[in-house]
Structure formats: structure tokens, C-alpha cells
Ligand binder design. Structure first.
Ligand SMILES: C[S@@+](CC[C@H](N)C(=O)[O-])C[C@H]1O[C@@H](n2cnc3c(N)ncnc32)[C@H](O)[C@@H]1O
Length: 281
């Protein structure tokens, strides 16, 4: 869950030789950028955050809210559970350890290689496949639960299709829970310090954040923004009943900095939004 919420990153937070822009990008362009970006970033991501995530651990975001505390998925024992944007499968491994059947989907092959490595180290297997959130490789009504912990959703351009895909693979009455960067963060620079507390761009401007390699013109990273109202409307449109919206508070004494998430900002503004919704029968 890093490499997310970069907009509008101060220049010294960016990889060298990257041009930052705000412009429309297609679903195809977003996918072609973000797959290789996560392949490049996966080793550093797992080295930096793997311990915090836990090999068989389930946290919903940098605040450290665990699924054991949140209970957003409901009962997982005996349930078929799909994680979209599963990375190294830590959350799904927790689901499987709790008696569910955790299955992962991720765009990045390198993230999935880390998942396989941790499967072997822990002897808790998460069957995972390389695919995109907008074309889930499963039959209709396969899963009891679909979730995403800072996974694919803010990286897809065609969010309507991604939510339709979740609705398709869920059984009627199934649960969909996902965490994303709290939409209000879009207004602020992605800076963990005091500068990250000064609003500098419109919350309602949905123009995607785009990084481009100036040498080749290749788009190397894309992130998409939707307002809270967009999310609520989209869920309703796909026959989801919103059960809860959690906005985890920054815990006392938690000093870990993760990208733009820090105690400095977390004590004042929400950094994570966790939606919980059920597909209508
Ligand atoms: C911030 S990581 C979160 C991974 C994991 N849930 C965790 O907590 O570590 C985001 C993940 O979403 C994946 N991702 C990005 N775009 C995706 C897409 N369109 N379809 C599936 N996965 C995608 C990335 O490869 C990456 O592994």
C-alpha cells in the first residue's frame, strides 16, 4: 500500500527523471503502466513493509487497523474469499489460516513471486493468479467474499467495470470490503510532514495523476481519484448495499511513516477509507 496517493508528490519524493502530470488516461494505459511499476517496486515494498504487514497478517492500511479488530469481512471460516490486488498475499494467508479459502489476483508477477516465497516459508498457501481487476478470471457467483486492501481499485481507470466484475464473481448476498486512500487526501500534497496538511488542489477534480518517463514518453505510473460520493453511487449502481464506512483513527503512540501517512497528518485527518458492502440477493 505504498506507491499510492502520490498526488501531488513533492519533486524530491519522486523517482529521478519522471514527469508528473494530470491528464486523462485509458484503462489500457493505466494497466500497462502500473503492472511494470509494481514489478519494479515489489522487492523494496516487501523489504520495507513486509514485517508490518506480517506474513500471515491482515492490516487494512498504514494506521494498522487489523481485520481481527475491524471484522469487515464477517466470518471467513468455510468461505471462498477473493483478494483483488493481493500483492504477496499476506491478507489472504490470514483468511486461510482462519479457516477460509483465500485466493489472490494481482497484476504484478513480481508481487506474486513474493507471495509464492511466503507460501513456502509459512506453509500456508494462497493460490494466486496474474490478472487485472477489470477482467477477473473466475465464473459468476464463485465467491462469498471479495476484498481489497489498498489493492487495485485506485489504479484502474474503468472503475465501473472493476466493480461490475466484483459483483459478477460474488454470490448474491456476498460481502465486498475494500480500503483505499481516503478520498479527502487528494486535496493535499503527499507529504507526511506539516506541508501535507495544507490543501492545494480540488477534491472534486478527478483528473488522474500520471507519471511519465520523459526519455521514452512511456507512462510509468497512474493513480485515479473518486470522491466519497462517487464510491457510494457506484456501489449502489451495482446493487451493493453499503453496510459501513470505516475511517481508522491514527493510534496513540504509532509513529511509523508510510509514504504520505504519518502521525503528524493521521492525528488530524483520515488517511484510509474502508468500505463494507453486501451484494443484494
Ligand atoms: C499497495 S499494493 C497492496 C497489496 C496488498 N494488498 C498489501 O496490502 O500489501 C497494491 C497492489 O495492487 C496491484 N494492482 C495494481 N493495479 C492492479 C490491477 N489493475 N489489477 C490487479 N492488481 C493490481 C499491485 O500490483 C499491487 O500488488
Amino acid at each position: 500500500m505504498d506507491g499510492v496517493a502520490r498526488p501531488p508528490a513533492p519533486a524530491d519524493h519522486l523517482p529521478q527523471s519522471v514527469e508528473v502530470d494530470r491528464r486523462a488516461v485509458s484503462e489500457d494505459e493505466s494497466r500497462r503502466a502500473n503492472g511494470p511499476e509494481w514489478d519494479r517496486y515489489a522487492d523494496e515494498y516487501q523489504a520495507t513493509h513486509g514485517e508490518f504487514l506480517g506474513d500471515i497478517g491482515f492490516v487494512w492500511g498504514p494506521e494498522g487497523l487489523t481485520e481481527a479488530a475491524a471484522g469487515a469481512l464477517g466470518e471467513v471460516a468455510g468461505r471462498r474469499v477473493l483478494e483483488v490486488g493481493s500483492g504477496a498475499g499476506q491478507c489472504s494467508r490470514w483468511v486461510t489460516h482462519r479457516g477460509g479459502t483465500g485466493i489472490g489476483v494481482d497484476l504484478s508477477l513480481r508481487q506474486l513471486q513474493h507471495s509464492r516465497r511466503i507460501d513456502e516459508e509459512t506453509a500456508v498457501q494462497v493460490p494466486s493468479t496474474q490478472a487485472t481487476a477489470t477482467a477477473l478470471p473466475f465464473r459468476d457467483a464463485t465467491f462469498d467474499v471479495v476484498f481489497s486492501s489498498f489493492g487495485a481499485l485506485q489504479f484502474v481507470a474503468d472503475l465501473d467495470l472493476a466493480v461490475a466484475e466484483v459483483a459478477r464473481v460474488l454470490r448474491p448476498g456476498g460481502r465486498f470490503a475494500f480500503s483505499i486512500t481516503h478520498p479527502t487526501r487528494w486535496s493535499f500534497p503527499d507529504d507526511p510532514g506539516p506541508d501535507g496538511l495544507v490543501a492545494s488542489q480540488s477534491y472534486w477534480d478527478r483528473t488522474p495523476y500520471v507519471e511519465t518517463d520523459p526519455g521514452t514518453g512511456t507512462v510509468t505510473y497512474v493513480e485515479h481519484h473518486r470522491t466519497l460520493g462517487d464510491w457510494v453511487g457506484l456501489l449502489a449502481q451495482h446493487r451493493f448495499h453499503l453496510v459501513d464506512l470505516l475511517e481508522p483513527e491514527w493510534p496513540e503512540g504509532h509513529e511509523r511513516v508510510w509514504g504520505g501517512w504519518s502521525a503528524t497528518r493521521g492525528r488530524l485527518t483520515p488517511g484510509t477509507a474502508l468500505f463494507v458492502a453486501d451484494l443484494l440477493p
